[in-house]
Design a protein around this ligand. Structure first.
Ligand code: ZN
Length: 252
């Protein structure tokens, strides 16, 4: 090959790679990779109280035990209901996660429906490929106590491997620590230890096959917690804390 031809070939190769007609890459190499999937389970539902026949039906909750399909949840003394709190909080968390490229599945579509039952929520938390699931609740306890707590399964969850249980513990710890650092809520003063509480009656924890945690964000009967949970600014602060814990778990 003559030198001038070599130069021409090199020029063509450079133009092909970097020039105006350079290929933009294949679809496979340019498509954004799908982000991780997180399931958010806002506790209860706005229509539960008017459908006792549906929500009182017994469903399987793990370890051979049955419990009501769903419950109405609690409320502040001023009447702000837990189902409205969890619904608003879930959407705030979703907005933050989606902005970080995380896909989010909510276990209910509105705050006016009924259920779904706790075993159905556990099924949704077990969605194949979901990286994490978080159940969102608030407590209704004697007024003097306040603060958040993370419920953890006191046994090996029926649906989970030991490795999944370890991931659940890590997810719980990261969300717990983010809440303690920046939500305005303190670890519970009235239940569990340092914001952790072991129980074995929660279908979501017992039956989910994915890393799962269950949050009680405060005592709605306590004046301090009720003020925080009832205010949009308070819920925005809690949502930012929860989302940062989830994002830390996801390594994003
Ligand atoms: Zn609840």
């Amino acid at each position: 090959m003559r030198v001038s031809r070599v130069v021409a070939v090199v020029l063509l190769v450079v133009l092909a790679a970097f020039g105006p007609f350079a290929a933009q890459g294949t679809a496979a190499s340019t498509a954004a990779p799908a982000g991780p999937l997180v399931v958010l389970d806002p506790g209860h539902n706005g229509g539960n109280a008017s459908h006792p026949g549906v929500v009182n039906r017994l469903v399987y909750a793990g370890y051979g035990r049955f419990k009501p399909c769903n419950t109405t949840g609690t409320a502040t003394n001023a009447g702000y209901p837990e189902h409205a709190f969890t619904w608003d909080l879930a959407r705030r968390i979703r907005t933050i996660l989606v902005a970080h490229g995380v896909r989010v599945l909510l276990t209910r579509a509105s705050d006016t429906g009924v259920g779904p039952c706790v075993n159905r929520r556990a099924q949704l938390e077990s969605t194949r490929g979901a990286a994490a699931a978080i159940a969102l609740h608030a407590d209704g306890a004697p007024a003097a106590g306040h603060g958040f707590h993370v419920c953890e399964d006191s046994r090996r969850p029926e649906g989970a491997t030991a490795a999944t249980q370890r991931r659940s513990a890590r997810l719980s710890r990261l969300v717990h620590d983010a809440l303690a650092a920046r939500s305005g809520l303190v670890p519970s003063t009235y239940i569990g230890r340092n914001g952790y509480y072991l129980r074995d009656d929660l279908a979501g924890l017992n039956l989910s096959t994915n890393p799962t945690t269950f949050l009680e964000f405060g005592n709605m009967r306590n004046a301090h917690d009720a003020a925080l949970l009832s205010s949009p600014a308070g819920r925005a602060r809690i949502a930012r804390a929860v989302a940062s814990g989830i994002l830390a778990y996801l390594g994003r």
